[in-house]
Ligand binder design. Structure first.
Ligand SMILES: NC(=O)c1ccc[n+]([C@@H]2O[C@H](COP(=O)([O-])OP(=O)(O)OC[C@H]3O[C@@H](n4cnc5c(N)ncnc54)[C@H](OP(=O)(O)O)[C@@H]3O)[C@@H](O)[C@H]2O)c1
Length: 260
């Protein structure tokens, strides 16, 4: 077991990639705290992990709310006495419109959840990790944080920000034996991908099936990434197997970045 008795907070652990990471962490022996806004989805993750014999707790949290993030970390510390790992996975896709048509409230909402929420969670766990000289933070970025992403400017900017936050934090806290890395997926098969493609189909008038089939044309492996493949990368970065790696963005995208 690579994460035996480690306490890990996974934001957005109620579905999709966050759920896959939570389940993988629990099967590696971690005690997992799943956090998101929708308690019913968190409870589903809790039930599945417990069925497999894992240790897990749900704490309803909006990561864009400073007080709720403080409560998340305080309740984790009260329950388990420590936080070893944070996975900043929570995120929303935001609107699919050109900047010229963008509403300020949509821009602000995406940045508040995807970027400010990640900073707040990192800030609060670091207050515990720094004095204990141990910690590991993994931020979930996106290919949208490595290229321009037409009609998705708030999302794209938030994910470029995640890479900046990763590298900045890694420099600030390396002296305390704390590592900070990022995982950058492209299209990951699941609920979220379907919703994003439906949004683009509505915005452009191009049929859903046509857009879906074009998505992986520029992927070396010619298929979307699986949630379990992102989770496997998270286990690697959370474990001592990656002890020499910090400030790194690990691309888990079926080779999208190398095909023109
Ligand atoms: N799926 C992809 O193709 C893909 C590709 C690249 C990167 N990513 C990134 O991977 C991460 C997970 O994506 P996913 O595909 O698993 O998406 P998802 O299925 O939409 O899940 C997103 C999670 O974030 C949570 N969340 C949203 N707003 C929140 C808030 N204010 N506070 C707390 N939690 C919040 C959601 O729960 P509630 O709504 O209940 O709060 C949900 O659990 C995201 O950061 C995404 O940008 C995904």
């Amino acid at each position: 077991m690579r994460l035996k008795d480690e306490v890990a907070i996974v934001t957005g652990g109620g579905r999709g990639i966050g759920k896959a990471i939570s389940m993988a962490f629990a099967s590696e022996g971690a005690i997992v705290v799943v956090a998101a806004r929708t308690l019913s989805r968190l409870d589903e993750t809790v039930e599945e992990i417990k069925l497999g014999g894992g240790r897990v707790k749900a704490i309803q949290t909006d990561v864009s709310d400073e007080k709720q993030v403080q409560r998340l970390v305080a309740e984790t510390l009260n329950g388990y006495g420590k936080v070893d790992i944070l996975v900043n996975n929570s995120g929303i896709g935001g609107p699919t419109v050109n900047v010229v048509d963008l509403r300020l409230q949509d821009w602000n909402e995406v940045l508040a959840i995807n970027l400010t929420g990640s900073m707040l969670c990192a800030r609060e766990v670091l207050k515990h990790m720094i004095p204990h000289r141990k910690g590991n933070i993994i931020n979930i970025g996106s290919d949208g944080g490595r290229f321009g992403y037409p009609m998705r400017s708030p999302y794209c900017v938030s994910k470029w920000g995640i890479i900046g936050l990763t590298e900045t934090l890694a420099i600030e806290v390396g002296q305390y034996n704390i590592r900070v890395n990022c995982i950058s997926p492209a299209a990951v098969r699941g609920e979220r991908l379907t919703n994003v493609v439906m949004g683009r189909s509505k915005a452009t008038g191009v049929p859903f099936e046509e857009l879906m089939s074009k998505i992986t044309v520029n992927y070396s492996l010619q298929r979307p990434t699986e949630e379990a493949e992102v989770a496997a990368a998270a286990v690697f970065l959370a474990s001592d197997e990656s002890s020499g790696i910090t400030g790194h963005t690990l691309v888990v995208n079926c080779g999208h970045h190398i095909v023109q």
